[in-house]
Design a protein around this ligand. Structure first.
Ligand code: DHB
Length: 299
């Protein structure tokens, strides 16, 4: 009943682990697959090892988390060892970041070689100079990166979009025009927290990305908007922690969803709980499949 398809990729379960949570080592990704996730999206991986920003990089606030890790990762060569362990156990989608179409294409090719079932282009990190949303708020840049990656690999190419724009529909249209297989909406919302006692921003990077329940209604609105603009598979993400949140994203137009912050607040059982409660809801309300529920809020 929970089976879904994101374009050509079939998933037994619609809920996957969002990039950045329990997804930087082979064993942690295996653990998430065993805990009931339909797929795991890796931490975003770049060309070279990157230590990330100095601490503080993360803090909790009412309604969510704010972080500016600075894209810490071991680099694509070393990450092969983690992928070797994880890709044997289930669906791993490789999240990648780069600064040019060539760099994204190289990284995507490596992820394909490592057994990823798809790649997710991080064109939406809100605080990395020369990367992320600095590239992903320009439709022409999105088109050039997505079309280069599409020519470089044969696995599905997803693009994670930023909500930090007034034109998310145009960004999704750019992905579609370049032949992208799906959009993932949304990444974190650019935000800041100041400590009154210290009289300065808490994060070493000053600003970061807000995630968790506080951004859910922004994400649901973004998915709804994209669905009205372009016929491309949408993966919903942002503040999902229970079946009602997941159902909202699906009814707005998503065929699958991702959970990030709630793995922190609720633990890894969140996948089992969300999936079983979503199935219960579908039975009670007469939805025979996820497909039957996708986009019903538009009707
Ligand atoms: C980081 C990357 C992101 O894409 C994001 O949304 C938040 C944080 C990071 O590693 O800093």
């Amino acid at each position: 009943m929970l089976v879904t398809s994101v374009g050509k990729l079939r998933l037994e379960r619609p809920g996957m682990v969002a990039s950045g949570i329990m997804d930087e080592t082979g064993p942690s990704m295996v653990r998430m697959l065993r805990s009931g996730a339909g797929a795991v999206v890796t931490k975003s991986i770049g060309s070279e090892p990157n230590p990330g920003h100095p601490n503080p990089t993360f803090t909790e606030l009412k309604g969510g988390y704010i972080n500016a890790m600075g894209l810490p990762n071991p680099g694509i060569e070393l990450f092969g060892k983690e992928m070797e362990v994880a890709s044997k156990s289930g669906n791993i989608v490789g999240s990648i970041y780069g600064s040019s179409p060539e760099e994204f294409s190289m990284l995507a090719g490596k992820m394909e070689e490592y057994g990823a079932v798809g790649v997710e282009l991080n064109l939406s990190c809100p605080h990395a100079s020369g990367y992320g949303m600095e590239l992903g708020t320009d439709p022409a840049v999105i088109r050039s990166i997505v079309s280069a990656v599409k020519s470089a690999v044969s696995i599905p190419v997803w693009t994670k979009l930023t909500p930090n724009t007034h034109m998310i529909k145009d960004l999704a249209i750019a992905v579609y025009e370049a032949g992208g297989d799906a959009v993932v909406a949304i990444n974190t919302v650019k935000a800041m927290v100041i400590s009154p006692q210290f009289g300065k921003p808490i994060l070493s990077n000053k600003f970061g990305g807000l995630s968790g329940p506080a951004i859910r209604s922004i994400g649901v609105r973004a998915v709804f908007d994209i669905r009205t603009a372009v016929d491309i598979p949408i993966i919903g993400v942002g503040g999902i922690s229970d079946w009602k949140d997941a159902a909202q994203y699906i009814m707005a137009g998503a065929c699958a969803f991702q959970i990030g912050s709630a793995v922190g607040t609720k633990g890894i059982d969140v996948f089992e709980t969300v999936h079983s409660e979503l199935e219960r809801f579908m039975k009670d309300y007469g939805y025979g499949s996820i497909k039957d529920m996708v986009g019903v809020a538009h009707e």
